[in-house]
Design a protein around this ligand. Structure first.
Ligand SMILES: [Zn+2]
Length: 197
């Protein structure tokens, strides 16, 4: 339930003459319903100000009354430097509060610290992919290097072994050949000795 004779929208938008405004402020002291209405208008207006402001088409604003004409701060708020201004203001506020907060921990610093942390987080996220790539590369390199070293060691070992093996085989073959030749010689010798032919 609200009291119908008050223009709370106009009150929130600060469009009312001072006496009317004073009367309404007095009423607000004793009326919870109107306080609630004012609060909800305040929230709505805050939410509306966060929406992107689009330029009103010329033809409509031409036929409409100056209600549509934005006041100076609305024009400022809708202007291009808004974001730059807002973020610069927030950053400097965060820096100032952070500077104060680093000495004695004040409760007011929590929000600003969260903002600073968000900025750090964003920066970390921005740099993370490259860092991950580098770390991964280093990790792969670290894992790969001993494997490659071991592999080339094994390869050399294998080459040496097979070379040695071949030499051993050759030695075996030549000694076997020697043995065979000696046997053949003995056969010839004994044939010559006993055959006497
Ligand atoms: Zn009321």
């Amino acid at each position: 339930m609200t009291c119908p004779d008050f223009d709370w929208k106009g009150f929130v938008l600060d469009e009312l003459p001072a006496p009317e405004r004073r009367r309404m402020e007095e009423h607000l002291q004793s009326c919870a319903a109107c306080r609630q209405e004012v609060e909800s208008y305040g929230l709505t207006i805050t939410a509306m100000h966060r929406l992107p402001v689009r330029e009103i088409p010329r033809r409509i604003s031409f036929v409409s009354d100056p209600v549509f004409e934005p006041n100076w701060w609305q024009r400022f708020w809708a202007s291009a430097p808004r974001l730059g201004f807002a973020s610069a203001a927030m950053l400097s506020l965060a820096i100032v509060v952070h500077a104060f907060a680093t000495r004695p921990p004040a409760p007011v610093a929590t929000a600003a610290n969260a903002q600073v942390e968000q900025k750090i987080q964003a920066e970390v996220e921005r740099r993370l992919p490259a860092a991950v790539d580098a770390a991964l590369e280093a990790k792969v390199q670290a894992k790969l290097t001993p494997v490659m070293t071991e592999f080339s060691g094994r390869l050399q070992e294998f080459e040496k072994k097979s070379r040695d093996q071949r030499n051993a085989d050759l030695r075996d073959i030549s000694s076997a050949f020697d043995v065979l030749q000696k046997k053949v010689n003995n056969v010839y010798l004994s044939a010559a000795r006993y055959g006497g032919d």
